[in-house]
Design a protein around this ligand. Sequence first.
Ligand SMILES: [Zn+2]
Length: 129
Amino acid sequence: MELKKLYDYLNAQAFGGELVPPLLFAAHVITDAKGKNRLAGWADDGRLAVRVDLLPYPLLVADLLIHEMVHQAVGSKFDHGPVFTQRAGVVARRMGLPTPGVDGSCWPMEGRPVGFYGPGVVYEREEAS
Ligand SMILES: [Zn+2]
């Protein structure tokens, strides 16, 4: 899957083309500001990464990408709180995605039924650190 094509599609469909295309790449290891390993990540300097070993799972990549694109749209300072979940809700309604809960940290992945991402692919919420 070509990340750039998917990004451009989601930007047009879910964000009305408002997002400035980031430096988009796949990486073997993605860590957040606290050094914790992540499946994908957005940095406000304009980088968006998805873990390279997930590329064979396009539905998961699309969900991770749209999650990070909401971070991009609102800015990472809002983390997964009300500003994030409000914007995620707008995207969810527009795109037919699961509705975000109070904590948007696993949106939209945790709203997907078991098996959605393919046989043997299980998405589980990580314990809060
Ligand atoms: Zn997030």
